[in-house]
Design a protein around this ligand. Structure first.
Ligand code: NAD
Length: 474
């Protein structure tokens, strides 16, 4: 069986442990009690895992395309905090206790790889718990750190028999922006190879570069500037050729992978921002002119605590404020405020008031209020990002199409998706468009997808699949 790998940087954080708990709950088909009655494991919110609903197909891609099942994923990762993952899940109070109770022991047994970190990049609130960190020779230079992460990826892959595509997801604390700037992949690699730590290369850049060299995709779920044109160029398969010229910096990191891998980000568009891009799309579709969008949210999780430091808050505010740019709405007064309120924990509350001008300039005002556990909003995007990466790698989808198709996952889509229409539904259509065009339309692929699904699930043999394909093509 082919298993997709999800390597999470920040596995001990709220998102990391919720992802792991969700995967275990689904794999073990668990049920648990809640205040509103019994609940059983599901992948709600994960578009790659739910079948289409309704007469028009609509949302949900499982069964329409040969997407890997998240039940078969292997989840692992790094954290600078040593807290056992079952205990971290209990502490973060995201999931119902009756579920936590059932997965805690298995989660406590999952290895937490030591994290590469640099205190200058994240908030002081994280220092006290940062004891599970790479040290000694492996931390002596940026190059040593990158090589350590590469080794971690290879060892983990072998240990867990991961034979599908691996995606490394930055789900660690938001970093301040790095000041390192490179014109090309060669420059970036040379800086890593030669430098003695003077280049302001962030830990997230080390993880991203290591992922590229190992042929893994990298997803930046945080708000910092990990992705850059030089980083994207490193992921480009045409750069990571098997036999590059001797002067190419890649030679210094041989052996490296020349496999297809994507570099996607930046910052998950999970809750408030996602709804704002859908709501403003709606207002614009009505022909109204949005003039004031005043938004605030408050919560008390560890991610928000890290953002109480100015250097990291600035990185978050940049991506939160920058979401309507391509619409070029003149005179749009867009305000964003975030507040740390400890008692609220992970259950974020968000308020947005939209005031637009309607017919004859008369005002139209609406307010939205949303409450949801932050990690419940975010984890499905982590799952989908990894499953899409695996699918796009297997179907030879170009980096450009992969970036366009997954733009709906990110606050600031990067690479080829830079500057795309920010509207949520526009971005969903873009995903459909890439799937139809790059992977074959629904109609002509449906038979093929079902056969591949049967093969993947072990329901039919290779021989039977070949016969069925012959029949389907007649
Ligand atoms: N939850 C959401 O809705 C949402 C939405 C968009 C983006 N995000 C982003 O996702 C990320 C994770 O969110 P969270 O709520 O799980 O945060 P969290 O604070 O609970 O977890 C972050 C984890 O990262 C670890 N960490 C920090 N630096 C590290 C390093 N260099 N290497 C390894 N581990 C490191 C911390 O110890 C912590 O356990 C954050 O960057 C957040 O801004 C979350």
């Amino acid at each position: 069986m082919v298993s997709v790998g999800i390597l999470t940087v920040g596995i001990g954080g709220n998102n990391g442990v919720t992802l792991l708990a969700g995967q275990i709950a689904n794999r073990r088909n668990l049920s648990w009690e809640t205040l509103s009655g019994p609940m059983s494991a599901n992948w709600y919110g994960c578009l790659t895992q739910i079948p289409p609903r309704g007469i028009h197909g609509g949302v949900g891609f499982q069964g329409r395309y040969d997407l890997a099942s998240a039940n078969d994923c292997v989840v692992g990762g790094w954290d600078i905090r040593p807290t056992k993952l079952g205990k971290a899940l209990y502490d973060c109070r995201v999931l119902e206790y009756d579920l936590v109770r059932q997965v805690r022991e298995e989660m406590d047994g999952v290895e937490i790889m030591e994290g590469v970190w640099d205190p200058s990049f994240i908030g002081e609130s994280q220092y006290e718990t940062a004891t599970n960190v790479v040290s000694g020779d492996d931390n002596a230079s940026t190059r040593a750190r990158v090589e350590r992460i590469r080794r971690d990826i290879r060892t983990w892959k072998e240990k867990h028999n991961v034979d599908g595509h691996i995606t490394v997801i930055w789900s660690a604390s938001v970093e301040r922006p790095s000041e390192a700037e490179y014109e090309s992949a060669d420059e970036l690699l040379n800086a890593i190879h030669d430098n003695g730590n003077n280049d302001d290369i962030s830990p997230s850049m080390c993880y991203a570069v290591a992922a590229a060299l190992e042929g893994c995709s990298f997803v930046n779920g945080g708000s910092q500037n990990t992705l850059s044109p030089a980083m994207s160029a490193l992921f480009d398969q045409s750069y990571r050729q098997p036999n590059v010229q001797p002067e190419c910096a890649l030679q210094k990191f041989a052996p490296y992978s020349s496999g297809r891998a994507f570099c996607l980000g930046t910052d998950y568009k999970a809750g408030q921002t996602k709804f704002k891009t859908a709501a403003v799309e709606y207002l614009r579709a009505l022909g109204l002119t949005p003039r004031v969008i005043a938004s605030s949210n408050h919560l008390g999780n560890n991610d928000m605590l890290n953002l109480t430091t100015k250097k990291t808050l600035n990185a978050k505010m940049r991506v939160k404020s920058d979401i309507f740019g391509p619409w070029q709405e003149e005179n749009l007064d867009h305000k964003v405020m975030v507040m740390y309120t400890e008692m609220i924990g992970d259950e974020k509350r968000d308020y947005v008031e939209y005031t637009s001008l309607g017919f004859l300039g008369s005002p139209h005002t609406m307010v939205t209020y949303t409450r949801c556990m932050d990690s419940i909003l975010c984890v499905p995007l982590m799952v989908d990002a990894a499953i899409w990466c695996d699918f796009f790698v297997n179907n030879n989808v170009s980096a450009k199409d992969a970036a366009r198709a997954t733009a709906y996952l990110f606050k600031v889509p990067e690479g080829a998706a830079k500057g795309v229409d920010p509207g949520f539904f526009h971005q969903m259509r873009q995903l459909e468009d890439v799937l139809e065009r790059a992977c074959g339309g629904k109609d002509n692929k449906e038979g093929d997808d079902l056969i591949a699904l049967g093969l993947r699930k072990g329901i039919i043999s290779e021989e039977q699949a070949t016969k069925l394909r012959e029949l389907a093509s007649k």
